[in-house]
Design a protein around this ligand. Structure first.
Ligand SMILES: Cc1cc2nc3c(=O)[nH]c(=O)nc-3n(C[C@H](O)[C@H](O)[C@H](O)COP(=O)(O)O)c2cc1C
Length: 369
């Protein structure tokens, strides 16, 4: 480490919310909520990260109120009295520890495997029923289903505010429902929700507008998006900065406060001819604050973790993070796996205790420590 970490420990104000430092906890599905209800152990898990100095906790993806938004009965829902009471306890624990927290509201869309999911009698939902380009497994969503889903996102954001969450993040990344609308490979609709790359933002845009109507202008709203899809890691929604700017504009205009730009490795340049990463380009093109993510402080990326791969701490990458931050490339940085194995990760970085950073072991996915 050659640089001071102090710049990352300055406050940042997002639409009226002052976040004490630049580190957030990345949203991570943990599958520890039986019956789709987050329990006391989930609340204690998030509390430990607040105690560990995380500036803003973003929860695991939590599903909006449609029968087919989820892929597993252990993923927490964001509707229904029991699940919302569980989330209220999460907010209370995090606030009690002095932390800030936003739910990541989510609809998995056509990636849901109906026979393994709750309410398996319902077919999975996607813009054109395609799970991969050319692989149709269901009928396209009807206009009514689309409107119901938009309403479900808006209700979730309303409940986020009602429960006392400090902000809300919409999951528009990784090949899930909103991203399925963005992606021409699985969206060939010929109505207003399909068309060219800008027209395909319409579903996301309608969700952001509907949320704004419910929560007002003064509630921080983060949109997470990615170029890559779980169905195709090399895919890019935009292959150049001009196209990326055109894609971002309707979403930005609809009321996004911050774009959370999901990369698997934050140091990878997005387009040829510039070192800027996805967050760097997104901020430059939209004029909005951004959050970066991807292998911060670790030497391996996260998809390999699901195949059992471990990753070693790599403080040199924190050095690069600071350098890019000082260059103005992004406003915040989300940390994933490092915070699964170590709730104290942020406090350790703040204190320069780099030799105490822990390796990520895939076995950590099996417990809620
Ligand atoms: C166990 C696990 C679950 C994840 N679940 C989600 C999720 O629910 N929503 C989401 O947007 N990303 C999810 N991700 C991706 C992370 O938010 C993050 O982008 C990724 O892990 C890269 O950060 P890292 O390299 O610091 O781990 C998940 C990652 C992991 C490891």
């Amino acid at each position: 480490m050659s640089r001071s970490v102090d710049p990352l420990f300055t406050p940042f104000t997002l639409n009226g919310l002052t976040i004490p430092n630049r580190f957030s906890m990345a949203p991570m599905t943990r599958n520890f909520s039986p019956g789709e209800v987050p329990g006391a152990d989930v609340a204690a898990y998030y509390r430990r990260r607040a105690e560990g100095g995380v500036g803003l906790i973003i929860t695991e993806g939590t599903t909006v109120d449609t029968p087919v938004s989820t892929m597993a009965a252990t993923v927490p829902a964001f509707y229904g009295d029991e699940a919302l009471a569980g989330w209220k306890r999460v907010v209370e624990e995090v606030h009690d520890a002095g932390g800030l927290i936003a739910p990541q509201i989510w609809h998995v869309g056509i990636t849901r495997k109906a026979d393994a999911a709750p309410r398996s009698e319902f077919p999975s939902a996607g813009p054109s029923g395609m799970v991969m380009p050319g692989k149709k497994i269901a009928e396209p969503m009807t206009k009514e289903e689309i409107q119901n889903t938009i309403d479900a996102f808006a209700r979730a954001a309303y409940n986020s505010r009602e429960l006392g969450f400090d902000a809300v993040e919409v999951h528009g990344a990784h090949g899930y429902l909103i991203d399925q609308f963005f992606w021409g490979g699985v969206n060939n609709r010929d109505d207003e929700y399909g068309g060219d790359a800008v027209a395909r933002t319409r579903f996301g845009e309608d969700i952001i507008k509907a949320i704004r109507k419910e929560v007002g202008d003064d509630y921080p709203l983060i949109l997470r998006y990615s170029q890559w899809k779980q169905q195709d890691y090399d895919h890019k929604l935009a292959t150049n900065s001009e196209d990326l700017g055109a894609f971002l504009k309707p979403l930005s205009d609809a009321g996004v406060d911050m774009f959370h730009c999901s990369q698997r490795r934050f140091w990878e340049p997005e387009f040829e001819g510039s070192n800027l990463n996805l967050a760097g380009w997104t901020g430059k093109l939209s004029g909005k604050p951004t959050m970066t993510v991807g292998s911060i402080g670790l030497d391996g990326e996260f998809i390999a973790a699901f195949g059992g791969a471990s990753s070693k701490p790599e403080p040199g990458k924190i050095d690069e993070l600071i350098q890019r931050f000082e260059n103005g490339e992004f406003d915040m940085a989300a940390v994933g796996r490092a915070l699964i194995v170590d709730p104290e990760w942020v406090n350790k970085v703040r204190a320069g205790r780099f030799d105490e950073l822990l390796p990520f072991e895939a076995t950590a996915l099996g417990e809620l420590a």
